[in-house]
Design a binder for this molecule. Structure first.
Ligand code: NAD
Length: 482
């Protein structure tokens, strides 16, 4: 790939120039260097892609589940073969350290594997009917064409997370990667072609939200919309889909509480708090967004935390010793910096970092210092709104009751963390902590067989595992008589 490489749209198994004749420059957030150009798709391109997906649907739906699985296995093997190449693309366009990009490729492989292993487990039901010899069948049928929209923070895995279950279940798909990071999704499209997945089953249209996302959501032939991204965009998508009474699955923002009780394994909790906050430069929906620490261990926790944060190495994401790369873009960096400044103006104390990094290689990219903020109160904006950056807010709590109350007083409900050895607290948490995914005594990181699902402003629907796969089929009830 060179700076002059232009990446076409992938429609009906072919590479096509965009209808608009326009292109989007893709730049490395670490070096500012141009990586290439992606097609700026528009409504005409969406129409062509949806038409291709619609045409491909009957034959793909009728392909035996085992044969669909074979195709997905081929894709999985190709992703595994190209692991290093894909990881390099992820790091170049998104900025996460190469070691994390490799983990992302492994996650994509795991998602492909789970979908593949379960194409034959989309089982229906048989219920006795009221008439003699009648049987009522509840069958599982694919929806048809899926419209999928991805965020930039896991540019490969989020595409795999949508493509794998959608096509495993017999649907066809039109996917829009994020406009900042389309190269990973396009690299995946090349492997889709190499895996000989039939033309039109997977289509990729690059471009932005208004020009590609909106027509995809409102197209009469997209039957289900699955989107990963911010809460405001998710709400707009839901409103647009409502016009057509279209089913939506929305994986949106988070504000994960990270609760550490006085009986926790302190070293383990500090390590997990750091990984869950500074991994991917804090740009993860499951990131530790507010760390609630029991007052009895607050000082020792804070001391360990300071030395761990001070040791983080920020730099070239291709360097194996780098712990944290740049923010994905200048806009995202500014957003985080504004949140930090506001916290300071509201009385919080910036103990470490709190500004962009400058000098040397930092001048070329969008690097933000790993930041520790103390003296945060529950009422401050930083404790209530998603930061999505490398900024750890530390809050002191009196006891478990207060931790639960603070954690739950939040409009988001995706992930939460709890560190304690007390089984009674853990059991209480299962009922009283209002989040769709809770990590107990460990750092974050979903697994393909789990179910990644948020409440409230974190979205609706959920992804992964058997529940996630079943989202891609509808039911059909058949009253069967001779
Ligand atoms: P974003 O909302 O800016 O963009 C997400 C996608 O939606 C992009 O492809 C964008 O082009 C598209 N889009 C935007 N407006 C649209 C519209 N009106 N109609 C159709 N499409 C539209 O989000 P982002 O900045 O890419 O991602 C960051 C957010 O994603 C964070 O809030 C993060 O928490 C969330 N996220 C959630 C999960 C999850 O699984 N819950 C995973 C990753 C990221």
């Amino acid at each position: 790939m060179t700076a002059s490489t232009r990446h076409d749209l992938f429609i009906n198994g072919e590479w096509k120039k965009p209808d608009s004749g326009k292109w989007i420059e893709i730049r490395s957030p670490a070096t500012g260097e141009k990586l290439g150009e992606a097609a700026r798709g528009d409504k005409e391109d969406v129409d062509a892609a949806v038409a291709a997906a619609k045409k491909a649907f009957p034959a793909w739906r009728d392909t035996p589940a085992s044969k669909r699985a074979d195709a997905l296995y081929r894709l999985r093997d190709l992703v595994a073969r190209d692991k290093e190449k894909l990881a390099t693309i992820i790091t170049s366009e998104m900025g996460k350290p190469l070691k994390e990009a490799r983990e992302e490729v492994d996650f994509a492989i795991g998602l492909l594997r789970f979908a593949t292993e379960n194409t034959r487990r989309l089982q229906g039901e048989i219920i006795p009917g009221e008439r003699p010899n009648e049987k009522i069948l509840i069958d599982r049928v694919p929806h048809g064409v899926i419209g999928a929209i991805a965020a930039w923070n896991f540019p490969l895995a989020l595409c795999a997370r949508k493509i794998a279950p959608a096509i495993a279940a017999g649907n066809t798909i039109v996917l829009k990667p994020h406009e900042l990071t389309p190269l990973s999704g396009l690299a995946l499209a090349k492997l889709v072609a190499e895996a000989e997945i039939p033309a039109g089953v997977v289509n990729i249209v690059t471009g932005d939200g208004p020009e590609v996302g909106v027509p995809l959501v409102t197209h009469p032939d997209t039957k289900l919309i699955t989107m990963t991204g911010s809460t405001p965009a998710g709400k707009k998508i839901m409103a647009a889909a409502a016009e057509h009474l279209k089913e939506v699955r929305l994986e949106l923002g988070g504000k994960a509480p990270f609760i550490v009780m006085e009986d926790a394994d302190l070293d383990k909790a500090v390590e997990a708090a750091v990984v869950a906050r500074f991994g991917n430069a804090g740009q993860v929906c499951t990131s530790n967004e507010r760390t609630y620490v029991h007052e009895a261990i607050y000082d020792s926790f804070a001391e360990k935390l300071r030395s761990r944060i001070n040791a983080l190495k920020v730099g070239d994401p291709m360097d194996p010793s780098t712990d944290m790369g740049p923010k994905v873009s200048e806009d995202e960096l500014k957003k985080v910096d504004d949140i930090v400044k506001k916290a300071a103006s509201q009385g919080a104390k910036i103990e470490i970092g709190g500004q962009r990094l400058t000098g040397g290689l930092y001048n070329k990219g969008s690097f933000y210092a790993p930041t520790l903020i103390t003296g945060v109160t529950h009422e401050m904006d930083i404790a209530r709104n998603e930061v999505f950056g490398p900024v750890l807010s530390l809050l002191k709590v009196r006891d478990f009751d207060e931790a639960l109350e603070r954690a739950n007083d939040c409009r988001y409900g995706l992930s939460a963390y709890l560190f304690t050895k007390d089984l009674a607290r853990i059991l209480r948490m299962t009922k009283e902590l209002n989040f769709g995914e809770v990590y107990v005594n460990r750092e974050g990181g979903e697994e393909p067989q789990g179910f990644h699902h948020g409440y409230g402003d974190s979205g609706l629907g959920g992804e992964d595992g058997q529940h996630g796969l079943e989202a891609y089929v509808d039911t059909k009830t058949i009253y069967l008589n001779a």
